[in-house]
Design a protein around this ligand. Structure first.
Ligand SMILES: Cc1cc2nc3c(=O)[nH]c(=O)nc-3n(C[C@H](O)[C@H](O)[C@H](O)COP(=O)(O)OP(=O)(O)OC[C@H]3O[C@@H](n4cnc5c(N)ncnc54)[C@H](O)[C@@H]3O)c2cc1C
Length: 475
């Protein structure tokens, strides 16, 4: 996708933040600039291991099928390399045991493939791909603290401070013809823009108060299960606890527990296990109760959906864009962030082809196109989160309630209908648009199911069970 002839539109681009979104943006820019420097306050580890700048790296990272497919177009052969490095390849419908509130989804062979790895492994392999690009240089241990502009007000560089731990360290200016901010959820770009006399973007936040707790286990040689991975999602408003067992490299399981509405999973040994007993299905508890833990338990609670509306700004300085979590950070439970970053790189490539020569127009055009690309994952994430009791943030439209009832019907049926389950997984993995769940064959089954449910509920109201009458009488 990003291969092609080098069309240089400047000499030097700088990317702030060398995580997934920043590295992917750098790969696109390497097609258009002689030099691309990725700056990060961290040092990239030579081997796949945790680093402080990506604290989420200790938790399960589900890389959606759509993201894997598009990453393969950007770095041909990367999937095979991730698998050769130990990632576990699975057939999603056959090897992943998915539970909805009503029970276990069916498992059957399919063409839907996925590789499962830790976040550090994936990031390291992407970094190795970039290290082979002669145009790209990594500059670790420096923090971007401000944008620098030229006399015409165009962004012309970044002010960097060595990451020594003291604010008094002298800064240096790294000149650039183009700057990308990919510094994640805590991006300071809004403040940098304000300092230059621009408006800062408005922000939409939807917070379902979800917390994670994760631990690595040795994958049991004989787990006694016929699945490779296990996913028990929350299903608000009724089910607020979920969890996942994700097989990764080195014969390990990453086990992540997730609780919404403030029902945070504990980070002590006994509490962690006990929490799994309180899940609607016992499969996760059964699988880990005798498994050998290999790590402490790590918690994480900064999970609100956070959307900065750069696309609504009237103006942005030339030569500057914002990507990745710095624009749109999702509740991680839907596993969308890295895929959104991959799709954002495709958006950047498209915008560059159209507007690369007009660096005054490009920033706003890019932010608008990126906002369109983020729309579906944002609606999927917030659409579910709105159902969590105590959720904070902008209210959904009234029509959402009807959609919720319909989707409840879908979730009730995935345990017994292969067509519905397959489509549900394709939508969750961003392979199909959500409208696929409304196509006539599925709508007919869901509609019929909901009608029957309503009929049953009405009959139950007319003929309440005798025990209930007793209870009422006894009170
Ligand atoms: C708990 C948790 C679980 C997640 N699970 C999943 C999942 O299952 N699937 C999925 O697809 N996504 C998941 N995500 C989201 C995913 O981690 C991100 O969407 C993805 O990493 C892309 O983010 P990013 O590159 O924009 O920013 P980040 O990954 O946050 O990286 C930002 C980078 O910028 C650097 N940086 C920050 N400020 C500066 C500065 N001023 N100067 C220099 N460098 C700076 C940091 O060191 C870091 O390297 C999860 C997130 C969390 C919090």
């Amino acid at each position: 996708m990003v291969q092609g002839t080098l069309q240089q539109h400047g000499n030097h681009a700088v990317v702030i933040g060398g995580s997934m979104a920043g590295m992917l943006a750098a790969r696109v820019l390497a097609e258009h600039f002689a030099h691309v420097t990725i700056v990060d306050r961290d040092h990239w580890p030579a081997e796949p291991e945790f680093r402080a700048g990506v604290p989420q790296g200790r938790h399960v990272h589900i890389f959606l099928a759509r993201g894997q497919q598009v990453l393969e177009q950007i770095f041909p052969g990367i999937g095979a390399k991730v698998i050769a490095a130990g990632a576990v390849p699975i057939d999603i419908l056959n090897d992943l045991q998915y539970y909805s509130g009503t029970g276990a989804a069916p498992r059957f062979p399919s063409a839907l493939r996925l590789y499962l790895s830790s976040r550090p492994l994936l990031e390291t392999l992407v970094q190795q791909e970039l290290a082979r690009q002669p145009a790209i240089t990594f500059r670790p241990g420096v923090e971007a603290v401000a944008l620098v502009t030229d006399d015409a007000g165009r962004v012309a560089g970044v002010e960097l401070r060595p990451r020594t731990g003291t604010v008094a360290a002298p800064t240096e200016t790294l000149a650039a013809d183009f700057v990308v901010d990919a510094s994640g959820r805590d991006s300071r770009a809004p403040q940098w823009l304000t300092a230059l006399g621009y408006d800062s973007p408005t922000q939409t936040t939807v917070d379902s108060h979800l917390g994670y707790a994760s631990r690595i286990y040795r994958r049991p040689a004989d787990a006694g299960q016929d699945w490779q991975a296990l996913l028990i999602p929350e299903q608000a408003p009724a089910i607020l606890r979920g969890g996942v067992i994700w097989p990764v490299e080195d014969d390990q399981w990453i086990v992540t527990l997730a609780g919404s509405g403030g029902d945070y999973p504990p980070t002590d040994d006994a509490g962690f296990l006990d929490y799994t007993r309180g899940m609607v299905h016992q499969a996760l508890y059964t699988a880990i109760k005798d498994a050998e833990p290999l790590s402490p338990i790590y918690g994480y609670r900064r999970t609100a959906n956070q959307l900065r509306h750069y696309e609504r700004l009237k103006r942005l300085p030339a030569n500057f864009i914002v990507v990745g979590d710095a624009v749109c950070a999702f509740n991680p439970v839907y596993g969308q962030g890295m895929t959104a970053a991959v799709l954002g790189a495709v958006v950047l490539q498209g915008c560059w082809q159209r507007y690369g020569r007009d660096r005054a127009a490009l920033p706003l055009q890019f932010q608008r196109a990126l906002a369109r690309s983020n729309t579906t994952p944002w609606l999927l994430a917030t659409g579910s989160d709105f159902r969590v009791p105590g959720v904070e943030g902008a209210l959904p439209p009234r029509s959402a309630r009807l959609t919720h009832r319909y989707l409840d019907g879908v979730l009730e049926l995935i345990t017994r209908d292969r067509e519905i389950y397959t489509t549900f997984i394709q939508v969750a993995h961003l392979l199909k648009p959500p409208t696929a769940l409304f196509r006539p064959t599925i709508a007919a089954k869901v509609g019929w199911h909901l009608l029957r449910q309503r009929g049953k509920a009405a009959r139950a109201d007319e003929n309440p069970p005798a025990t209930k009458q007793h209870e009422a009488h006894d009170q």
